[in-house]
Design a protein around this ligand. Structure first.
Ligand code: SAM
Ligand code: SF4
Length: 327
């Protein structure tokens, strides 16, 4: 799949549910309205959709949400998707999770062919964890991380950098990750969806944070690239990678290799644009994949050149939450 700007689309992120057992303050409001279950694609339909993308050249699939591991029977889907790894059609199957259900699923994830997961954790302080997730159980997440490492999964931590919340904790998180052989990616808060509170209050530019970190850590340039918004450095003292995701900058759009599918079968060609294609109708209209393939081709032909985020008091710049399109 080649888009109008010559970029090959080889990476599909799939949000398998918009629901979550946490209510992270930058992601959701406390009384989120979730989609009626009838609108959500079945796991069989998600499997068929993913299969169509793999046939069209997707080499990497990431399962996300909402919290993907709270969807009932999600392991069935992961097992099914694992067959594309066995056939060689897919290079990688990954998951982004808050870790709450990892203790019971880590071994099974490994059996399905998952080798790397992204785990979101913004603080190592139990009280702050409760404050930021509203509903999260810190000990369960810690146990989940240990279970994942024991199962042989490589774990990368995703930490949203938030002003007046965790900027004084990043050194500790870097060291903690270093001790466990985990990479760390810092994410700048993005203006997605209506939340309780103002975005600009949370916004902490990673450029400032990086300058501060460089006073205590040796941050070496890294050649690592994923086609996404992250830039990578290597932390000499720990030997681990430090990713910096600054979605408000534009300089990654030209290498963008990804599209995002929601649990209702809506395809977003850009995280920062509202244009989307409905794949549920062509999926349901015919058991044959002809209509679906044509709808995917038409969507890729509309992939925009870049995003359109603006962060200011008139937030949010996009009405959909991150839990709809996945992180
Ligand atoms: N529930 C899973 C989790 O938390 O990892 C997967 C979905 S979550 C939407 C994916 C990632 O998006 C998480 O790392 C989360 O911190 C991040 N995220 C959510 N809302 C965000 C926002 N407004 N700005 C930046 N990152 C955000
Ligand atoms: Fe749930 Fe992930 Fe959003 Fe937190 S960031 S509320 S864990 S979907």
């Amino acid at each position: 799949m080649i888009d109008p700007f010559g970029r090959a689309v080889s990476y599909l992120r799939v949000s398998v549910t918009d629901r979550c057992d946490f209510r992270c303050v930058y992601c959701m409001s406390e009384d989120m309205a979730f989609l009626p279950k009838a609108e959500v694609l079945s796991l069989e339909e998600l499997d068929r959709l993913c299969g169509a993308f793999v046939r069209k050249g997707v080499r990497k699939l990431r399962i996300t949400g909402g919290e993907p591991l709270v969807r009932r029977n999600v392991m069935w889907l992961l097992g099914r998707l694992g067959r594309h790894l066995d056939s060689g059609a897919l290079d990688e199957l990954t998951v982004t999770t808050n870790g709450s259900q990892l203790s019971r699923h880590a071994d099974e994830l490994f059996r399905c062919g998952v080798r790397r997961i992204n785990l979101s954790l913004d603080t190592l302080d139990r009280d702050k964890f409760l404050a930021i997730t509203r509903w999260g159980k810190f000990d369960r997440v810690m146990a989940g991380i240990e279970a994942a490492l024991r199962a042989g999964l490589q774990v990368k931590l995703n930490t949203v950098a938030l002003r007046n919340f965790n900027e004084d904790e990043i050194d500790r998180i870097i060291a903690w990750c270093g001790d466990r052989g985990m990479d760390l990616t810092l994410i700048e808060a993005m203006p997605l969806g209506d939340i309780d509170g103002h975005r600009a209050d949370q916004h902490l530019p990673l450029s400032t944070l990086q300058e501060d970190l460089a006073e205590r850590w040796t941050l070496l340039p890294s050649e690592h690239r994923t086609g996404g918004p992250a830039r990578y450095l290597e932390i000499k003292e720990t030997g681990q990678r430090l990713g910096l995701i600054t979605p408000l900058s534009h300089n990654f759009c030209e290498s963008c290799n990804r599209v995002r599918l929601t649990c209702t079968g809506t395809l977003y060609m850009c995280l920062g644009q509202d244009d989307a294609a409905d794949l549920r109708a062509p999926l349901r209209e015919s058991a044959d994949d002809g209509l679906l393939d044509a709808a995917i081709d038409a969507a890729i032909a509309r992939k925009p050149k870049g995003h359109d985020f603006i962060i200011d008091r008139a937030d949010p710049s996009l009405s959909r939450h991150m839990s709809v399109t996945g992180g």
